[in-house]
Design a binder for this molecule. Structure first.
Ligand SMILES: Nc1nc2c(ncn2[C@@H]2O[C@H](COP(=O)(O)OP(=O)(O)OP(=O)(O)O)[C@@H](O)[C@H]2O)c(=O)[nH]1
Ligand SMILES: [Mg+2]
Length: 344
């Protein structure tokens, strides 16, 4: 049974089959690729929520508390929740993950919760692609909400934010995070801002700093992204509901919320904001537009890789080496070298 995935069992909610599928997909094995193909038609339903922010800001604690609330809502039905912790292999977070396990013990026994730590930076060609593949499996397996925890504010967080429907940026007071956040442009990817550790005396300063920068940083940015998607994805308009078009120019204003995750304070407001954002995306066509943009990008990447591989098969290695030699001697620029090879 090594290296096989029971797709039917994954769809039926078998946790062991799901764990196996995730491992195969993470390893990008033939069985993993096959499973991804078979699961794809069942995906596309889950709400993907990215949770990012500085190391130690309280992301895992917040994820833990949100999961508890989503499993035991005051009204409505409990949601099935999957958690993906990206990059726990980093030496900075290795210790925290052990701590997380202990704090999360009460949710790990719940059959409506599935927690997965990503064991590596991924073999699929980047952390964002591996995360995207794992999330697709969890989506097909029927989880309503998928929380994706990432550390920091680098390119991979931005890529993961593009994967998610909703991005929560968690900051903690007293670490100069407000300034870091602005520098890193993290405000541009935030749909919801959380100032965690609100029990800290400087929490209100951070809250004010974030709210103020948000006002300046955000509206223009949002409009630009919206326009880009509309122009690039004109084809997807066909499937969109015409009646909601009047809302298209409205912007989502990210709320700035205070929490004390260790105590469970303020969590219901965060969960409420997640639900409001999902509703906003749906009524403003953004849900479909984001989905289409993501799929198109994935298609483009795969096509480029396939074309490059195909082309490589046709061109002789000696020709490539000859051109490379000319480049080394600075007789040929990289641009001209590429054109020369392509025109063969
Ligand atoms: N005082 C206080 N401490 C908190 C709060 N939330 C989390 N902590 C503590 O802050 C530390 C880090 O919390 P985590 O939830 O592991 O933070 P994280 O952002 O997931 O950390 P990494 O994954 O390592 O980046 C832990 O010791 C928590 O107990 C809070 O609201 N108030
Ligand atoms: Mg964590």
């Amino acid at each position: 049974m090594r290296g096989t995935v029971d797709v039917q069992a994954v769809l039926a909610g078998d946790r062991r089959a799901l764990a196996r599928a995730l491992t195969e997909v993470e390893n990008d094995s033939p069985a993993g690729r096959e499973a991804l193909d078979a699961l794809f038609p069942h995906s596309g339903k889950a709400h993907l929520v990215g949770v990012t922010g500085s190391p130690g800001a309280g992301k895992s604690s917040l994820v833990n508390q949100m999961t508890r609330l989503l499993r035991n809502p005051e009204a409505g039905e409990a949601k099935k929740v999957a958690i993906v912790a990206v990059d726990p292999s980093s030496p900075f977070t290795g210790g925290a993950i052990l701590g997380d396990r202990i704090r999360m013990r009460d949710i790990t026994d719940d059959p409506g919760v599935f927690i997965r730590s990503m064991a590596s930076r991924g073999h699929l060609g980047g952390i964002a692609r591996t995360t995207s593949a794992l999330v697709r499996v969890l989506d097909a397996a029927g989880f309503d909400l998928i929380l994706i925890e990432t550390v920091g504010a680098g390119q991979s967080e931005v890529d993961i934010a593009r994967l998610a429907h909703t991005t929560i940026v968690v900051e903690a007071p007293g670490m100069g995070d407000d300034i870091q956040a602005i520098k890193a442009g993290i405000l541009e990817i935030a749909d919801i801002l959380v100032v965690n550790k609100a029990d800290h005396p400087l929490a209100d300063n951070t809250l004010r700093a974030l709210s103020a920068s948000l006002e300046f940083a955000r509206p223009g940015q949002v409009a630009a992204i919206d326009r880009f998607h509309h122009k690039e994805l004109a084809f997807s308009q066909v499937q969109l509901d015409q009646t909601t078009n009047e809302f298209e120019n409205e912007h989502w204003t990210p709320p700035v919320l205070k929490t004390v995750s260790t105590e469970g304070v303020g969590i219901e407001k965060v969960v409420e904001a997640i639900e409001k954002h999902a509703a906003f995306l749906r009524t403003h066509n953004q849900w479909n537009i984001r989905d289409a943009a993501r799929l198109q990008e994935e298609l483009n990447e795969l096509l480029m890789a396939a074309f490059a591989a195909e082309w490589r098969k046709q061109v002789e290695q000696s020709r490539i080496e000859a051109v490379l030699g000319e480049m080394l001697e600075r007789k040929l620029s990289p641009q001209s070298a590429a054109l020369k090879l392509l025109s063969a």
